[in-house]
Design a protein around this ligand. Structure first.
Ligand SMILES: Cc1cc2nc3c(=O)[nH]c(=O)nc-3n(C[C@H](O)[C@H](O)[C@H](O)COP(=O)(O)OP(=O)(O)OC[C@H]3O[C@@H](n4cnc5c(N)ncnc54)[C@H](O)[C@@H]3O)c2cc1C
Length: 519
C-alpha cells in the first residue's frame, strides 16, 4: 500500500482531464496521490486494482458526459467498491440545472460546473470540506495480508492456523459478517471463489492455497539453498530448534525442515512455566520466536512447510526425501519429529475437525477416575480453582454431531453406562500423542508405538543392531543407521519436556561432530 490516499479524476476529454489533475495536484498533491482515467471502464478497472492492493480512495471527481458510461453510471459501480469515498460530479452548462441523479441510487456529494475559472474560489473550498469529512471517518487500512473466508470452515481455519503459528500478521475478513469481504471478492471478479482467499499487499491473491503456495507468497523459504549440508534436522520443535542453534553456531551447514510451523507442541502452549530462566513463564510462541531468531542469526536455513517422508543412505551421504519429490543431501540427519496429537475416532469427528470456537465455559471430559494420574498438581489446582471449568471423570465421547459446525456430543459414563447428549459448539481433543514415524519403518529401529531407539537401547544382549557396520557402539542419540540421530519426544525413553528436548537437540550436535570426525 502507498502511504497517501488517492483522488481519482475521470474525464474523456484529455485537455479537461489535464486541467483537473493540475489544479488538484497543486493544492492536494502533498497529502494525496492524484490518479486519472479517461473512461468509466478504465476508472473501474483502476478502482478494482486499488481495492485489491488495499489502497484508500478519498475522492472521486467524475465527468458526467462520457461515452459508453456516464459519470452517474460509473459512480453507481464505484461506490460498491469504495462506499466511503467522497464524490463530485462534473457537469457542463448543457446538463442544465435540474439534478440528473434524483432517480439514481448513488448520489454524488457535490455537483460542480466546469471549467472553473478560479480553483481557489470554485474548487478548493468544496474539496477541502469533502476531504475533511472523509478524513474524520477514515481508518487506515491494514498494510499487510488479508484473509477472506468463513470463520467455521475447516480449510479457512487451517490457513489461519498456519499463518498464526508462523507469526505472519494478517487482517481477517469474515464473509459472514464483513461487507468489505464481499466487496473484495466482487472486485476479484467472482464471489464463488474457493475459500479462503489470501489477498497480498501487491494486489495478487490465492484462492484456497496449499500450505506451500501460501508460504511462498508470505516470504518463507520453500527451496533449499545448498547442494549439501553437514546436518539436516527434521522437525522444528524445541529439540530441532535447540540442535539448529548449536549446529549453526558451531559452524555446521545446518538445514532445519518443518512440515507445519516452528515450535512443535511447545509452540502451541499458552504458557511454559518450568523452562529454566523464565520464572514468570513464557508462551510457546515467544520461546519459538526467540529460538528462530537465534538460529537464523547463526546461519541456520529453515525450509517450511515441507514434510520429510523418507531417508536413504548413499555411501557416506544421507539423503532426505520430501513429500514434494525433492531430495536433499547431507552427512548427518537429526530426527526431531516429536509426537502428534491422537485424533478422536468416533462418527462425525473427522468431518467437523477444525470448525471450532472460543468458549465461555469448559467441561473437561476425563477417561480415568480422576485427573491425578496424568496431570501436574499445579495444573489440577488451577482447574479446581476456576469456576468456568467443570470436570467429568470416567467419561468417554461416543459421537460428535453437527451439520457445518459442531452442535452436540454424546458421552457415556464408563462406570454407570449412562449416556447423555451435551450441546456444545466446540470440542478440543487432547487424548495423548504418538510419534508419526511410519515413514521410517525398515530404516531405523522403533518400538511397537513408533518411538525411535537410540544408543544403548539398541544393544540386544550386548549385540549391536542388525546391519550395524561400524566397529564402535552407537553413540547416545544415534539410531540404528550411523549418522542418523534422534532427539526429543520421538526418542524412546525421552523425558517429554521442553528443557529435555532442547537439551537433547544441543547434545546431538556434539555427537554429530564426533561422527564427522570419524568419516
Ligand atoms: C499444549 C502443550 C503444553 C505443554 N506444556 C509444557 C510445559 O509447560 N513444559 C514442558 O516442559 N513441556 C510442555 N509440553 C511438552 C513439550 O512441548 C514437548 O515435550 C516438546 O515440545 C517436545 O519437543 P520436540 O522437539 O521433541 O517435539 P515437538 O514439539 O512435537 O516438535 C516436533 C516437530 O516436528 C515436526 N515434524 C514431525 N514430523 C515431521 C516430518 N515428517 N517432516 C517435517 N516436520 C515434521 C512437527 O510438525 C513438529 O513441529 C507441552 C506440550 C503441549 C502439547
Amino acid at each position: 500500500m502507498t502511504t497517501k490516499p488517492m483522488i481519482l479524476a475521470v474525464d474523456d476529454e484529455p485537455t479537461a482531464l489535464a486541467a483537473i489533475e493540475r489544479d488538484v495536484e497543486h493544492e492536494y498533491g502533498a497529502d494525496f496521490q492524484i490518479v486519472c482515467a479517461t473512461s468509466g471502464s478504465e476508472a473501474l478497472a483502476m478502482l478494482k486494482q486499488l481495492k485489491l492492493r488495499n489502497e484508500a480512495v478519498a475522492l472521486l471527481l467524475i465527468d458526467q458526459r462520457m461515452p459508453h458510461m456516464t459519470g452517474v453510471e460509473l459512480l453507481e459501480q464505484a461506490v460498491e467498491l469504495y462506499p466511503d469515498a467522497k464524490s463530485v460530479l462534473l457537469t457542463v452548462p448543457a446538463d442544465g440545472d435540474v439534478p440528473i441523479f434524483t432517480i439514481r441510487p448513488a448520489k454524488p456529494d457535490y455537483y460542480l460546473r466546469k471549467p472553473w475559472d478560479s480553483p481557489e474560489e470554485n474548487l478548493y473550498p468544496i474539496l477541502k470540506d469533502l476531504l475533511a469529512d472523509w478524513q474524520v471517518t477514515y481508518r487506515s487500512p491494514s498494510e499487510g495480508l488479508r484473509v477472506i473466508g468463513h470463520r467455521w470452515a475447516s480449510n479457512t481455519y487451517r490457513v489461519r492456523d498456519l499463518l498464526a503459528r508462523n507469526q505472519v500478521r494478517y487482517e481477517w475478513l469474515d464473509l459472514d459478517t464483513s461487507e468489505e469481504a464481499r466487496r473484495l471478492l466482487a472486485a476479484l471478479g467472482s464471489e464463488r471463489l474457493a475459500l479462503p482467499v489470501l489477498l497480498f499487499p501487491d494486489g495478487t491473491w490465492l484462492a484456497d492455497p496449499t500450505p506451500i503456495e501460501a508460504a511462498e507468497h508470505f516470504g518463507l523459504r520453500t527451496q533449499a539453498q545448498l547442494p549439501f549440508y553437514d546436518l539436516i534436522i527434521v522437525g522444528a520443535g524445541p529439540a530441532g530448534l535447540g540442535a539448529a542453534v548449536y549446529g549453526a553456531s558451531e559452524g555446521l551447514r545446518t538445514l532445519l525442515i518443518e512440515r507445519e510451523a516452528p515450535g512443535g507442541q511447545a509452540g502451541m502452549s499458552s504458557k511454559i512455566e518450568n523452562y529454566l530462566g523464565f520464572p514468570a513463564g513464557l508462551s510457546g510462541a515467544e520461546l519459538t520466536r526467540r529460538a528462530l531468531l537465534q538460529a537464523a542469526r547463526f546461519g541456520t536455513e529453515l525450509l517450511l512447510p515441507h514434510e520429510v517422508n523418507g531417508i536413504s543412505v548413499e555411501g557416506s551421504a544421507r539423503l532426505v526425501h520430501l513429500v514434494d519429490g525433492a531430495t536433499l543431501r547431507c552427512h548427518t540427519v537429526l530426527l526431531a519429529t516429536g509426537v502428534s496429537y491422537r485424533t478422536l475416532d468416533v462418527p462425525g469427528s473427522e468431518r467437523l475437525n477444525g470448525a471450532g470456537r472460543y468458549a465461555r465455559s469448559v467441561t473437561l471430559l476425563v477417561h480415568g477416575p480422576s485427573l491425578d494420574e496424568s496431570m501436574s498438581q499445579y495444573l489440577i489446582d488451577q482447574i479446581t480453582a476456576s469456576p468456568a471449568i467443570n470436570v467429568l471423570t470416567s467419561t468417554r465421547v461416543v459421537e460428535v454431531k453437527g451439520k457445518t459446525n459442531l452442535e452436540a456430543i454424546t458421552i457415556t459414563n464408563t462406570e454407570t453406562f449412562e449416556t447423555q447428549v451435551l450441546p456444545t459448539t466446540a470440542l478440543f481433543v487432547f487424548i495423548g500423542a504418538m510419534p508419526q514415524t511410519g515413514w521410517l519403518a525398515g530404516l531405523v529401529e522403533r518400538d511397537e508405538h513408533g518411538y525411535i531407539l537410540s544408543g544403548l537401547d539398541m544393544l540386544h544382549d550386548g549385540h549391536r543392531p542388525a546391519g550395524w557396520t561400524l566397529d564402535r557402539d552407537p553413540f547416545p542419540l544415534e539410531t540404528s543407521v550411523p549418522g542418523v540421530f534422534v532427539a526429543g519426544d520421538t526418542r524412546l525413553h525421552s523425558m517429554k519436556r521442553v528443557a529435555s528436548a532442547v537439551g537433547e537437540g544441543a547434545m546431538s550436535v556434539g555427537l554429530v561432530h564426533a561422527y564427522l570426525r570419524g568419516l
